[in-house]
Write a protein that binds this ligand. Sequence first.
Ligand code: HEM
Length: 474
Amino acid sequence: MPHRDLAKLCDQYGPLVYFRLGSVDAITTNDPDIICDILRQQDNVFDSRPHTLAAEHLAYGAGDVALAPMGPKWKRLRRICMEHLLTTKRLESFATHRAHEAQHLVRNVWEVSQRGDVVNLRQVLGGFSMNNVTRMLFGKQYLGADSAAQEEATEFLHITHEMFRLLGMIYVGDYLPFWRWIDPNGFEKRMREVEKRIDDFHTKIIEEHRKRSRDECGVEMDFVDVLLGLPGEDGKPHMDDIEIKALIQDMIAAATDTSAVTNEWAMAEVIKHPRVLKKVQQELDNIVGPDRMVMESDLANLNYLRCIVRETFRMHPAGPFLIPHESTRPTEINGYHIPEKTRVFINTHGLGRNSKIWDNVDEFRPERHLLADESRVEISHGADFKILPFSAGKRKCPGAPLGVTLVLMALARLFHCFDWCQPEEHIEIDTNEVYRIAGSNWDPAGDPTFDMSGLTDVTKHSDVLSSSRRVRTL
Ligand code: HEM
């Protein structure tokens, strides 16, 4: 597993390790001081992204926010995200949808448990994240009773799944040009196929929205409506369709799997630790009580739940590395020369398991995050850079407040409404990480790629199936 192997190199050689990937200079670190140097003191040097095949094919030629190199294009699109899409006001306007989805999640689990079946958490949590994101982006729910056309929903889920896989791979062709030329396993061809299908899907969504805005006045504005109403570059009356598509693409890729995977890990760890489950249920009983559901306004007061999420991010960050950064000019770190265009792998998994800064690194113990003065526990990084779930500096996650809300809300509802246990006494939930050589599912020959699941997660554990019983009225 690359994140574990690179962390081992840091243990062996020191907190900053230089290596080469083909012809590319690369560094890696799991050390809070060096990470702080890179993301804070030298943010202006390390704020770019490397150009990869995935960015070329799956992010409109790196024409998005997440994979774009530093430059005017990134600045403009990032500003659009911050000033038009992810503002507090805009996010508040979707609060009713989020409440609906939280209720839908509880009802889903309730129905399964009433039948006496086990709950497939991966499925219900994936549905919760996906529906929240698609409602916000397109004004559509893709999974569940009110869902969009079945065929469209199936196609959407299928291509997003493929996109997640492809975006997350370290592909040898990015480092060895001859490999790309040969493309022995048709990997790049596969990217182009997905690119085409995704583009067709986005084209359809944009056309529907254009038609709808002509047909219906007073329809609630989703992200696509907002983007269609914004002016373009250089005095153009509208944004290019490609820019709109790239932004939609980013939101799907960055928002969906990250929160679903975090929730899945948190549930798995808490179910494995009944003491923690009991403690969080006591907190929910004290703060929310038995007569109503958890609301977003409660989330700031659920300090132990916040510790659970922080501990989950420490042990299982949504991605084992940040999205790779790239230096834009030569510089020095700790007295070592770092050339221009060096690729930077910040190992957030290694940071959370770094025994120089954490004790008993493999123990899930939310209490370690409680503050002596009992003040509110913050989920994103602190000044000490000891955990970094949403990164820091210019490329930090612009969706962090929404991500935190989605994660806290799903967990709060599930712990408040249900008791949880493993399906059968003899089945142990396995929270060890699994690393897949991607391609083995695709092609018996196997691609020489590693599935990092991109921003999402390398650390997919086995499906967590848990039985539940209701303790609250719906
Ligand atoms: C639990 C949920 C989430 C987690 C853990 C998470 C984490 C991250 C991380 C680690 C990065 C990489 C930062 C870097 O490379 O330095 C990132 C980038 C990004 N995230 Fe999130 N994210 C979450 C949810 C969201 C949501 C809900 C959105 C938007 C709706 C979003 C949009 C983005 C975008 C656009 C970027 C690229 C930023 C850039 O390169 O300028 N994320 N996120």
